[in-house]
Design a protein around this ligand. Structure first.
Ligand SMILES: *Cc1c(COP(=O)(O)O)cnc(C)c1O
Length: 385
């Protein structure tokens, strides 16, 4: 059986967890937490990072920081994971679902402006498959209408925006562009800690309050730095920070980030090159890397002309003991939200929900396995002649 995903261990996870245990500091915001946060700040240019117990938690912190109130509108793509919308729904927001692009599952930035009303407060672009949304357009809109931008960068660690309209600029790390950004270290992502996440804060206005919300509404982080001589209850919040044991695990992954990314890109390219001839014949389409985006090889997917064609592929792979899986169901027609949705048809989103399939992609998948997957796909179409 070739699984869809297999979590990769770099080798030092248990060692660092042991170190955390025997240092005797097990709760959050200790040495490993600060080491991880500093790494992300230094390498990717995030102003301030806070580890969280999940990306969902980081999104919830973002929704609180944006001061989203009941009745406020938040623009979110419908083709995304539940958490992107859920975090804002918990604050009482009305979710205005946006459609995907024609040729890419990412939000269609050209259609956002028509969704903005006086009640709009936040736009939440999701970098699907770790590829940048058109952030230049989105940030311009946000500035024009005085909106906040929260990047759902759950899949987008070590991926970049290239700004074609500002050629002199260096590529900017995804998660460093919006006012706030949320990352995931769930075991299905590129680097992992089982469950885990991080909030990146790029706007100075939010840093002080973020630390308080992170620590149950108290100013404990300041107290630990010796900036105040007692700490107490100063705001709302929750226990959003992970234990040192989780941060220790994550540190072992961070140490191997480049190696992990390079290996994943090799796998991704092997699929791309081998399947291109079939895509050229029109059987399915391959992932498109937008001109303004880099690829962190989070995911390799195919988009079929119909639901039936996709089902045929999934079944054929299953028969050969290969697990390929489809992805999101449109949130605007979910059992929870369909009655609340304003009725707009989001046809690109529905098409990706029906026609997109993800192929196995993980560090330890072998070239033999990849070739077997590729040959199985080819054999379906060759037998059609
Ligand atoms: C994985 C993922 C999440 C949720 O991450 P958790 O860490 O499991 O909470 C949210 N949004 C997107 C786009 C994701 O891929």
């Amino acid at each position: 059986m070739i699984p869809f995903n297999k979590p990769y261990l770099t080798g030092k996870e248990a060692h660092y967890m042991y170190e955390a245990v025997f240092t005797g500091k097990l709760s959050g915001n200790g040495m490993f937490t600060q080491r991880c946060q500093k790494y992300f700040e230094d390498r990717f240019g995030f102003k301030k990072c806070l580890l969280t117990t999940s990306c969902t938690d980081a999104l919830e912190m973002a929704a609180i920081l944006c001061d989203v109130q009941p009745g406020d509108e938040v623009i979110i793509p419908s083709y995304t994971f539940v958490s992107t919308a859920l975090a804002f729904v918990r604050q009482g927001a009305i979710i205005v679902f946006a459609d995907s692009q024609d040729g890419h599952p990412n939000i269609d930035a050209d259609k956002i402006e028509s969704l903005i009303t006086p009640k709009t407060k936040v736009i939440v672009p999701v970098h699907y498959a770790g590829m940048a949304c058109d952030m230049e357009k989105i940030m311009t809109l946000a500035e024009k209408y005085n909106l906040l931008v929260v990047e759902d960068a759950a899949q987008a660690v070590d991926s970049y925006l290239i700004e074609p309209r500002a050629k002199s600029q260096e590529p900017r790390a995804l998660g460093s562009i919006g006012h706030l950004a949320a990352f995931s270290f769930h075991e299905t992502k590129n680097i992992i800690s089982g469950e885990g996440g991080m909030l990146a804060i790029n706007d100075d206005r939010f840093i002080h309050r973020a630390e308080i919300i992170w620590e149950k509404g108290t100013n404990r982080a300041e107290f630990f730095r010796g900036e105040v001589n007692k700490y107490g209850w100063v705001d709302i919040g929750s226990s959003f920070l992970p234990s040192e044991v989780i941060a220790a695990f994550l540190w072992a992954q961070i140490e191997h980030l480049d190696e992990i990314q390079n290996k994943r890109k090799e796998h991704w390219n092997r699929y791309y090159e081998a399947l291109k001839p079939l895509a050229d014949k029109g059987y399915f389409s391959l992932p498109v890397v937008p001109e303004y985006a880099t690829n962190n090889a989070h995911m390799f997917y195919l988009v079929f002309p119909s639901f039936e064609e996709r089902t045929k592929l999934i079944n054929a792979l299953k028969k050969s003991d290969i697990l390929a899986v489809f992805h999101y169901l449109s949130l605007h027609s979910s059992p929870y939200y369909k009655e609340k949705h304003d009725g707009r048809v989001l046809s690109n989103c529905d098409r990706f929900a029906d026609c997109l399939v993800r192929l196995p992609l993980f560090y330890e998948v072998t070239n033999n396995d990849l070739d077997k997957i590729i040959e199985t796909i080819k054999s379906i179409y060759i037998s059609e002649f």
